[in-house]
Design a protein around this ligand. Structure first.
Ligand SMILES: [Zn+2]
Length: 175
């Protein structure tokens, strides 16, 4: 399982670095080298995000949705989680600003501009960063993927102390 996730983690890291670079170009009002090829990062998200969602859902089976990221990122260092939350907040602000400023100039052309790249790359950073942190967390804590059941056979995640379905206390599993 881990060996399958590693190439996607490397892809996510590459996508993240390229997204940050594209974002810096966008902020400077310049087109990155390769021009509109940068929009390939938009498509690349699906390549890393699909396996990420599949394993994340497996890790988070049987847990409360509000604890989703807490459980999925349990194997990542705290700084990585804070960086991700900060990045998410930044991307939201960045996109709101993009919508507000792009609303003014009503250009019909589909040409990719530094402004478009600046607007979209915030999301790219979050998706690639989120995929990287998730895969990194699971690779560092493979026990997150282990099947686990309560005494009544309900599927529970490796971080639950009580079964979310029947409330039975769960034994701490050996690492
Ligand atoms: Zn149960």
């Amino acid at each position: 399982m881990s060996s399958l996730l590693l190439p996607f983690m490397v892809l996510a890291a590459t996508g993240f670095v390229l997204s940050v670079a594209a974002h810096i170009f966008g902020l400077l009002g310049k087109m990155p080298p390769g021009g509109s090829l940068v929009m390939g990062l938009h498509a690349g998200i699906f390549v890393v995000w699909l396996p990420t969602v599949l394993v994340a859902n497996r890790v988070a089976r049987g847990i409360n949705r509000k604890d989703f990221w807490k459980v999925v990122l349990a194997g990542s260092p705290p700084w990585m989680r804070y960086a991700l939350y900060g990045l998410f907040a930044y991307a939201v602000c960045n996109f709101v600003l993009f919508i507000l400023t792009a609303g003014g100039n009503n250009h019909a052309s589909k040409a990719v501009t530094p402004e478009t790249i600046r607007g979209f790359s915030g999301h790219w950073m979050v998706f690639y960063g989120g995929a990287f942190a998730t895969l990194y967390s699971i690779l560092r804590a493979p026990q997150l993927l282990r099947e686990r059941q309560c005494v009544n056979g309900h599927a529970v995640s490796s971080t639950n102390a009580y079964c979310p379905t029947c409330g039975n206390a769960l034994h701490k599993q050996p690492d």
